[in-house]
Design a binder for this molecule. Structure first.
Ligand SMILES: [Zn+2]
Length: 51
């Protein structure tokens, strides 16, 4: 049932990510459990967040 995906309503699930220690951002990757589409988000770190 991928109708919702066609409408852009994916079922995102976190699929890892990585942090660049030399920068103030980290990437969070997602994958749709229904259709397998991937996306990534770039998240700004907070000042003391060394995740
Ligand atoms: Zn999807």
């Amino acid at each position: 049932m991928k109708l919702l995906c066609k409408l852009g309503l994916h079922k995102w699930e976190k699929a890892g990510g990585f942090s660049q220690y030399s920068s103030n951002v980290r990437e969070q990757h997602y994958i749709c459990k229904r259709c397998g589409e991937r996306k990534k988000e770039v998240i700004a770190k907070k000042g003391d967040d060394f995740f």
